[in-house]
Write a protein that binds this ligand. Sequence first.
Ligand SMILES: [Zn+2]
Ligand SMILES: [Zn+2]
Length: 431
Amino acid sequence: MGTTAGQQLRALFYVVPPGESSFRTLDEVPDYVEKSIPFFIAFIVLEFAVSWVQQRKLPGRINDGISSLSLGILSRLPDVLFRSVDLVSYVYVWNNYKLFELPWDSHWTWYLTFLGVDFAYYWFHRVSHEVNILWAAHQVHHSSEDYNLFTALRQSCLQRYTSWMFNLPMALFIPPSVFAVHLQFNLLYQFWIHTEVITNIGPLEWILNTPSHHRVHHGRNPYCIDKNYGGTLIIWDRIFGAFEAEDAKVVYGLTHPVNSFEPILLQLRPLAHIWNTFWATPGFCNKLSVIFKGPGWGPGKPRLGLPEEIPAVTGNEVPFNPSVPAYLNCYAVVHFAVIMELYIDLLATVTTLSQQTILLRIGIIILSLTSFGFLMESRPKAGILEIIRCAVFLGAYKIGYLRNQLSLLDYAYESWIPVAFCHFSEFEHLI
Ligand SMILES: [Zn+2]
Ligand SMILES: [Zn+2]
C-alpha cells in the first residue's frame, strides 16, 4: 500500500487523520517506519543547519552519531528475518481470544487505539525503567551522552521481546490493522522530540510529549531520574505522578556511562552485569530481586534504590570522546554510508533474496558496525579487524552477494577499499 510523501512526512508528527490511515487488513498497512528513512536523514541535516544558524555548538559528534545509527540498524535487523513479535503475538490473541470486534473504519476506533497504544507504551516504558531485566534492554536508548535526532534512532535489539505483552489487552477488541498503524505512528512521533533545537512549544507542553519533556527523560541529573515516560502524550506522567518540568541544565546519558561506541557491547554488557550481580548476591529472594526490582536496588534498599546514591552532576561532565585522526573519521563516515546503503537495499529487496544472501548481508552489516565502533574508540586491534572486514566485504562483493543498482557500493569498491589496503601502514597505530 503506497503513501504520499506528504502523508509520510505528517506520520512523523502523528498528523495522518483516520480517513487517510485506516485499513481493512494488516497486509494493506504501509511500512511507515521504513519509508521514513529519507526523512530521518533530511531532519538530521536540518537539525545541524538550524544549530549552526542558532550559533550553538554542533548538535552531534561523528563517533556518537555512527554509534546511534549502528544501534538503530541493528535493532531493525530481526525484522529482515522474522515478522515483528509485537504483531505476531497481537494477531494470535486477536484470532483466538477476541471478545468483540470494533469496526476498523470508525473514527472512534482510530482515536481509542491512539490512546490505547500510547497508554500501553507509557506502562511498558515505565516498567522498562523500574525492572532491571527490562532496563537491560531499554538502557541502550539512553546510552548516548548527546541529545539529538541520532539519539532517537539509537534503539535496542532486545526491547521488542519485552514490549509486546503490554499491547495484548487491545487485541481483545481492536483490529490488528488499526493497531499496526498506531504502533508505527507512536514510534515515529518520538523521533522529532530528540532535539535541543526546539526549546518549548507553548500550551501544547501541557498535553504532548515534547523536546523539553523528553530531554528531562534522558537526563542523568538526580531530578531527571525516572521521570517523563510518555510516548506521544505527557498526560500519563501528570496523572501517575512521574512528570518533571525541565529545570537545571540537563546532562545526558546513563548515571554510570558505558563509554563505548561498539554496538554489540552496548547491547549486551548490562545483561552480563545482571548475570554477575545475580550470582554474587546471596539468597534466593535477593537473586529474584536483582532481576525484577529496579537497576539501583541492592539488599536492604527500597525497590527502586536510594535516591542519594544517584551520582550528582556538575554540568561540566565530559562525554566519552576518544580522539582519532580526521582521515579516520572521514573513512568511517564513507564506509558507514556504504553499509547504510547495503542495509536500505536489503530492506527493499529482502523478498527477492535467498536465505543465504540475506544471512551473509546481515553478517557483513554486523561485522562492519562492530569494526566502526572499534575504529571510533581507537581500540587495540581495530586496524586488523577493519582489514579483515574489508577483505570479507570485497570477497562477498566479488562473488556477487552485494550487487545492487546503486552506485555507492561500486564507488567504495573501486576506490576506498584499495585505498584502505594500500595505506595499511596508516592503521599501524591501531594494530
Ligand atoms: Zn526511557
Ligand atoms: Zn528518547
